[in-house]
Design a protein around this ligand. Structure first.
Ligand code: GDP
Length: 372
């Protein structure tokens, strides 16, 4: 990572992910390398430093902010003699903890097996160590092959199962008829569930952790006599594991098949512009980037900025930009209808509702041009 502020933000996010998974972070390590070491990701000096720290302080797990290759994972575990988690594994773990429906559990299980398959050997290195590494190679390899076969079978079984559910869900979506469908999209923890609750008066689980929403929730919403369906989807995140994008395809189908996207942004977050980029990136990947969209900048109640000292000549930082300045920039920059709200205090709700009403009405009219 080039830039120091970015680096800290990424580490903050990783710490938040770890916290969501149930871990407490003891210490952060960073390293500047022009490119990751192909064998151990970090340099050997840094690995040694971490190893010593881990030993001294009885640390249970070391977490990396990137996806490690199977051999990097294996080498690091051997070298540092501690459990290693990479970003992908951590995110999969959180999804696994939070999957409540059988559909979500199937999706996560599939993603976990896909992650595990190329990394199977590493379980055997543990065994090798325990048993002194004597004579383990032959039978070990055979067992790995057997395990691989079992996992491959399991993967195709899970894929079949998902296909069946996908069909059911597609039918359900068709049965919803011609009612306009809007989907809330946005980075994780920006306030989608809170907004959903506020708009539909239902109770959707909202908490200050990453990925509180795993399954899609669909609610009927009525604004000014105009009914439409509103879907709350899984929160997007930077470097969403590809295994998850693949197996959460049908969750994302809700987004792909929506008529209108409501893109929620947490303007109180320092990296909200990066978040917008990540979300747009995923929308592009699932080919949903050309849909009508409304930009909703949320949490304006929590927006803070430090006014720059008059004599201070350092270039202005994000912190020195007031909400009014942000509003002007974004209103001018965005090609979509844009509104600034607080889902918590409901500030500017009438304005947002009017905007949603107008967009839904446009779609409604294009569908039923002859009705009144
Ligand atoms: P989601 O992951 O996008 O569905 O986000 P949630 O709706 O679960 O909200 C994440 C956290 O942000 C929760 O702690 C909410 O209470 C909080 N939150 C949501 N909207 C607002 C807002 O307008 N202002 C403030 N200050 N906090 C909010």
């Amino acid at each position: 990572h080039q830039d120091e502020d970015k680096l800290q933000e990424y580490m903050d996010e990783l710490e938040f992910l770890a916290y969501t998974a149930g871990a407490t972070v003891d210490k952060r390590f960073t390293q500047k390398l022009t490119q990751p070491d192909s064998k151990t990701f970090i340099g050997s000096g840094k690995a040694q430093e971490i190893k010593e720290y881990v030993k001294e302080n009885e640390i249970g797990t070391v977490i990396f902010d990137d996806e490690l290759s199977p051999s990097q994972l294996k080498n690091l575990e051997r070298e540092m003699e501690v459990k290693i988690l990479d970003r992908t594994n951590l995110i999969l773990d959180i999804f696994a903890q939070r999957a409540t429906t059988s559909y979500a559990r199937t999706q996560v299980e599939l993603a976990q097996y896909q992650y595990l398959l190329p990394r199977l050997t590493r379980m055997w290195t543990h065994l090798e160590r325990q048993k002194g590494g004597i004579g383990m190679r032959g039978p070990g390899e055979t067992e790995i092959e057997t395990d691989r076969r079992i996992i491959r079978d399991r993967i195709s079984l899970l894929k079949d199962k998902l296909k069946t559910i996908d069909k059911q869900m597609a039918t359900q979506r068709n049965n919803r008829g011609k009612v306009v469908r809007a989907a809330l999209v946005g980075y994780t923890n920006v306030g989608k569930s809170t907004l959903m609750n506020a708009l539909s008066k239902s109770e959707v689980f909202a908490e200050n952790k990453l990925f509180a929403t795993l399954d899609t929730t669909v609610r009927k919403v009525v604004i000014g006599n105009l009914p439409f369906l509103l879907t709350d989807t899984v929160g997007f995140i930077r470097k969403l594991p590809t295994q998850l994008v693949e197996s959460f395809k049908s969750t994302l189908d809700e987004v792909r098949e929506a008529d209108l996207l409501i893109h929620v942004v947490d303007i109180s977050h320092e990296s909200f512009e990066d978040h917008i980029d990540s979300v747009n990136q995923i929308l592009m990947e699932i080919n949903a980037h050309q849909k009508p969209m409304i930009m909703v900048f949320n949490k304006i109640d929590d927006f803070s900025y430090e006014k720059k000292d008059e004599d201070d000549l350092t270039p202005s930082t994000k912190k020195n930009i007031s909400l009014e300045e942000w509003k002007n920039t974004w209103m001018a920059k965005s090609k979509y209808p844009t509104v600034f709200i607080s889902a918590l205090t409901k500030e500017n709700f009438p304005e947002m509702k009017k905007m949603i009403y107008d967009e839904v009405m446009k779609i409604h009219i294009s569908r039923f041009p002859y009705n009144d």
